[in-house]
Design a protein around this ligand. Structure first.
Ligand SMILES: [Zn+2]
Length: 84
């Protein structure tokens, strides 16, 4: 019994591998052959993108440093001027 189950697992695994190989496609953006995923561009055009480009497209803006809350130099009391 366990042998049959193991065999089924093996077939399942093999199918998964086959599927993964079939998933290889040319990335629409970087033109590299990679495991691509469907991405709907502008909600209309279906393209294939590799994971790298996908993550770039999903987060288009390069994460900018957050607008800093005033990190101005602390106001030094006038009395400290003599310490300089
Ligand atoms: Zn790509």
């Amino acid at each position: 019994m366990t042998y049959v189950l193991a065999r089924e697992e093996f077939i399942k695994m093999r199918n998964n591998i086959r599927r993964a190989v079939q998933a290889l496609d040319v990335c629409w953006k970087c033109q590299k052959v990679s495991e691509c995923q469907k991405y709907i561009l502008g909600h209309t055009v279906l393209v294939w993108l590799c994971n790298g480009c996908l993550s770039v497209i999903e987060k288009p803006a390069v994460e900018r440093p957050r607008t800093r809350t005033h990190a101005a130099a602390p106001n030094v009391p006038d009395s400290w001027a003599s310490l300089r």
